[in-house]
Design a protein around this ligand. Sequence first.
Ligand SMILES: NC(=O)C1=CN([C@@H]2O[C@H](COP(=O)(O)OP(=O)(O)OC[C@H]3O[C@@H](n4cnc5c(N)ncnc54)[C@H](O)[C@@H]3O)[C@@H](O)[C@H]2O)C=CC1
Ligand SMILES: O=C(O)/C=C/C=C(\O)C(=O)O
Length: 479
Amino acid sequence: MDIQNFINGQYVDPASGQWLDNVEPATGKVYGRIPDSDERDVEEAVIAAKAAFPAWAAMTNKQRSDILMKVSRGIEARLPELAAAESRDNGKPLKLATRVDIPRARDNFAFFATAILHDSAETHDMGESGFNYTLRKPLGVAGCISPWNLPLYLFTWKIAPALASGNTVVAKPSEVTPVTAALLGEICNEAGMPPGVLNIIHGLGGKVGAAMTVHPDTPAISFTGGTTTGQTIARTAAPMFKKLSLELGGKNPNIIFADCDFEDMLNTTVASSFANQGQICLCGSRIFIERPIYEKFKEAFVERVKKLTVGPPNKETTKVGALVSKPHIEKVQSYIELAKEEGGTVLTGGNRVVLEGEYSEGFYLEPTVIEGLEYTCRTNQEEIFGPVVTLTPFDTEEEVLTMANSTMYGLAATIWTSDLKKAHRVGSLVESGIVWINCWLVRDLRTPFGGMKNSGVGREGGFEALHFFTETKNICVKL
Ligand SMILES: NC(=O)C1=CN([C@@H]2O[C@H](COP(=O)(O)OP(=O)(O)OC[C@H]3O[C@@H](n4cnc5c(N)ncnc54)[C@H](O)[C@@H]3O)[C@@H](O)[C@H]2O)C=CC1
Ligand SMILES: O=C(O)/C=C/C=C(\O)C(=O)O
């Protein structure tokens, strides 16, 4: 299956005439080609987006909202097809793509299509001498760059607010999982989105992403991906005074107190550790357990993890699918080896899984649980982004906070306790942009979403996302 760039409402080949292989993680085999685009394709896309901007920005919020709602309904209408494409491209279980990824892409469009109808600006009253009012103007052409772990989910999480607030967009999905983004162009055309409003360029980050970032006519860049890539983007964009939204890596603590609801915690901790093969920036990869329940937790957790079925993404019984790529599974395996060198004991997992028949070369890995590591070691400090978690006991709140806050990251934390005061106390001291108490990945799209420290800059979600894609202007009126 070959895909093309989507520029000015048309599907076109890359200027280079060159293509990249697209590999199916479940089989390890090439199953299509994607454009190996470069700065010439980005230039064409920016030209189209600039031309479309005045008319799109001049529409009323209601007019834009109507089109974006049609996109949302178009995603819903093609949900089975999109879910199958996502699962094949990424390796994630089809069930997950059907229940989570594609519904969330649909909801992202519906959420921002309706949010824009409820947005308003401030007035600052100066009494008899006058008043100020605030205008928020779209920026122009927004650059949106997204990763491979939640492909259409995160692609639309950026595009929808950018479009709703009146910008046109040049977007780049990950070259590892480009297919559902390519299909989105068809849905936008069917929804009556004017040509040039959304443009989608495929290819390598170092070529396409870099060209989008350095282009003088992309005043805002919204990026989700690895922290190192975020640093590269910031180095280019900051001196150009671009607006930057960076959602980066995490090394999230999952803090389990002895007084928690054990069964609820156990069920959710299995999911927060291994959902999407552990490839979600919000997964809790460092599990801290209060000492009185450490052994009980370890035994119960390992027993549950051993029962997780690793299998082909399209099989009904599969709980853990394929990791996204060969380089990625090799990276994750290298961390398991590192953990052993650092003195860790693998309690379960640690090995590649070789399935039968057409899946024998797929990227399957056992869900892995490790204990006995110092909290300061590399395994406990660096983002692994795979189905690997570590267990560490703790005795006091102070101790667990020291360990939880010891990494360069600060994205998400989970706290399990029946003591609301303790939950609130620890929640306010843990260095994380997002804290879940007695739950995980419960999402309300209105809430600020993003990380502290090296986990990012800025917040997505709700009005914060809509406002990121605007320039705020204050107008002072003297009476
Ligand atoms: N949401 C998250 O927190 C994610 C974190 N990661 C982390 O990053 C590590 C590396 O994964 P990658 O796939 O290499 O992520 P990445 O950060 O390289 O890729 C994310 C997106 O950025 C683009 N990109 C790459 N280099 C770029 C550049 N110089 N300028 C502009 N755009 C660029 C990519 O093409 C892709 O669309 C993973 O092992 C994981 O630890 C990866 C994906 C998502
Ligand atoms: O918005 C969400 O619900 C989830 C976002 C997840 C990421 O940004 C990620 O895994 O990279």
